[in-house]
Design a protein around this ligand. Structure first.
Ligand code: COA
Length: 375
């Protein structure tokens, strides 16, 4: 009855479990046929979200209409604001995102409709509102009041404004935009596969996104970007970096921000983000952290042959933008919602329940012993 194991080393490694037209990592990483190099250099996050959801790049008028809909949807129902205010101050921000996504379902008139048009409407509302959930909770935690997004601005600019209460520079907005574009989608990663599994049961889109947020929280997946910053802060000055990393590698510590299930020779997102990160470090006087990161990266690459993944530069980038570490993985949620939703809609459109089999490793059949006769 059992057909195969779950890939050479387990974890479904190298196993093709479905088809997708949303993204490929084969050859050049691309979203619906456009390379991430082109998209990161030339597109706004909103354009990329539209591409992922609707399948084509928008016209200028189409993009304007999409942004207007996002702007109009950028508000939170009062009971959600009250609940966010009532949550304990030390609640994990990823738990807040998961709760926020779940709560938004209760206030969405389309929640039970799994049709494509309803799913597009729901996704647009989630794209507009999840950043507000993140910003609102952070503002409450830091003694501030709720603030609305400015519908005339980009998602990147609104996130920076709402979190820092400062006017973002053009360079900061561009850097945030590039990170959102690069985080928007990544084929059958753990959280996207989670979203597809949930969608395959025909549960609704909010269920799929909420479950995906749970999967993203783990440190082997999205949670890595927060751990990266913890490492860099623990190492401190560049002079400590070599001894710190050699000791960590000798103790077989898993270094967050390195290695990848698919990219064994390098993550193309890291190549794009690293120079952006360098420029921002210079503009904000954070060259010392870049030097520390350089020492660590060179040693891991030389000794372990493990290339840096996207979380390595993105954590530094968020730090240079003045964002608190607790928001790094929630920012990933804000960006990846477009990819998750595109995959969920693809699953609904051509669905078959995802239900694999397992290789049984438990005891052979044995007689049942009644309770009174057990020792
Ligand atoms: C992402 C990750 C889970 C993918 O790994 P994988 O394909 O499952 O590879 P494995 O966990 O089987 O690791 C293979 C080997 O490389 C080592 N390795 C992998 N990533 C490592 C890391 N970041 N630091 C140190 N060693 C690492 C493993 O210890 C293992 O060594 P061994 O064969 O001597 O036991 C893994 O690289 C990792 O944990 N990275 C850190 C977390 C991270 O940055 N996640 C974000 C990914 S975008």
């Amino acid at each position: 009855m059992t057909k195969s194991t779950s890939g050479a080393g387990g974890g479904l490694e190298g196993i093709v479990v479905g088809q997708t037209a949303v993204c490929t990592l084969d050859g050049r990483m691309s979203y619906r046929g456009y390379t991430i190099e082109d998209l990161a250099a030339r597109a706004e996050y909103e354009e990329v979200a539209y591409l992922l959801l609707y399948g084509e790049l928008p016209s200028a008028a189409g993009l304007q209409a999409f942004k207007s809909r996002l702007g109009a949807a950028a508000e939170l129902p009062a009971p959600i604001i009250d609940t966010l205010r009532a949550l304990p101050a030390n609640t994990s921000m990823m738990d807040v995102m998961r709760t926020g996504s779940s709560m938004l379902a209760h206030f969405d008139a389309d929640v039970a409709d799994n049709g494509r048009e309803a799913n597009l409407r729901k996704t647009e509302r989630l794209l507009a509102r999840l950043p507000l959930v993140m910003a609102a909770k952070h503002r409450f935690d830091t003694g501030r009041t709720y603030a609305d997004a400015d519908p005339g601005r980009s998602l990147a600019a609104n996130i920076l404004r709402l979190v820092t209460d400062r006017e973002p520079s053009r360079e900061a907005e561009q850097a945030m935009n590039i990170s959102l574009v690069l985080y928007a989608e990544h084929e059958f990663n753990a959280s996207t596969f989670t979203a597809r599994c949930v969608a395959s049961t025909l549960a609704d889109l909010h269920c799929a996104i909420t479950a995906a947020i749970g999967a993203l929280k783990g440190p082997l997946h999205g949670g890595a970007n927060e751990r990266v910053l913890e490492v860099l802060e623990e190492v401190g000055a560049p002079d400590n970096a070599e001894s710190w990393i050699r000791d960590a590698l000798a103790r077989k510590v898993r270094i967050m921000g390195f290695g990848h299930r698919v990219y064994k020779d390098g993550d193309p997102r890291t190549v794009i983000l690293t120079p952006v990160c360098r420029r921002l470090a210079e503009a904000t006087g954070n060259q010392a952290m870049e030097q520390t990161a350089d020492v660590i990266e060179k040693i891991i690459v030389a000794d372990k042959k493990l290339p840096a993944n996207v979380d390595w530069p993105s954590a530094r980038l968020y730090y240079y933008l003045g964002l608190p570490v607790s928001l790094y993985t929630p920012l990933f949620v804000c960006a990846r919602t477009a990819g998750w939703a595109a995959h969920a809609m693809e699953q609904y459109a051509n669905n078959r329940l995802i239900r694999p089999s397992a290789e049984y490793t438990g005891p052979a059949l044995r007689p049942f012993v009644p309770l009174a006769q057990r020792g």
